[in-house]
Ligand binder design. Sequence first.
Ligand SMILES: Nc1nc2c(ncn2[C@@H]2O[C@H](COP(=O)(O)OP(=O)(O)OP(=O)(O)O)[C@@H](O)[C@H]2O)c(=O)[nH]1
Ligand SMILES: [Mg+2]
Length: 302
Amino acid sequence: MGVFERIKQGLAKTRKNLTTQLNGIFDSFTGANDEFFDELEETLIMADVGVEIASESVDRLRETVRQRGLRGPAELKEALYEILMNIFPEENSSLKLDTKPSVILVVGVNGVGKTTTIGKLAYKFTKEGKRVLLCAGDTFRAAAAEQLSIWADRAKADIVKHGEGSDPGAVIYDGIAAAKARGADIIICDTAGRLHNKQNLMRELSKISRIIDRELPNTSRETLLVIDSTTGQNGLIQARQFNEIAKITGIVLSKLDGTAKGGIAFAVARELKIPVKLVTVGEKIEDLLEFDGDAFVKALLD
Ligand SMILES: Nc1nc2c(ncn2[C@@H]2O[C@H](COP(=O)(O)OP(=O)(O)OP(=O)(O)O)[C@@H](O)[C@H]2O)c(=O)[nH]1
Ligand SMILES: [Mg+2]
């Protein structure tokens, strides 16, 4: 199955909701009148696109219709497609991992899909022939390292882990040493999503970050924030908080298969000004896709 088909499948719930409604609006098109634009705006808001983006997009569509004298539903749909696509930044959203080793630090609140995403990422890289080492930096939750070990096995990646309650900084330190000794291409670090309080989490993440900087200066690093797309606009609040703690270089929008409100991708792209780099569309090891704004919008409006 091609990437486009997989994103379409991953968006099945959103498509059933948003796409069906959009098609309904365009099919019963009787003219570009207030009623039409109001309905369109409402539909976009319901899909979690965000009030601001919905109203802006509809205003721009109104303007485009006027300027270009658009009449038919197909023309309008094409114009909407262009407007929505422009919400995603032009810049290349692929991971920048140019050095050996490179580091990916994965952060996010508990349960969003960090560990699962790491397993999928590891699999993607080992399939490309890369040597991957996972660091079990979530020492807070008892079963966390065990869960990561299972993914390491599946993905044929190495893993460095310590016991529960140990210092995640020490795990990262050992992981980096092991990666250097074994000639790993990519180090992927898991982190705790839940600590006793925000200060602890902040301290822990900045410590991990400092150790990476110190032990691997001039190394490509991605700090990926995983946002659960089923939590809707709440994910945006989390993202702002994490961005204060660590410099986030990319967003992973997880569980896109589990929501009818995939419009959150637009809100994330626009409001955070951080590129969405990956999406996950299921619990299986291959359910990770590189994000492509063009394909995403096409899959929604197709
Ligand atoms: N449907 C669906 N479920 C997912 C996806 N990604 C992860 N999950 C599920 O979400 C749950 C939490 O995933 P984890 O990877 O353990 O999340 P985490 O962020 O590591 O959680 P903590 O370690 O507790 O902070 C698991 O049951 C996963 O199977 C996805 O893309 N789609
Ligand atoms: Mg985890």
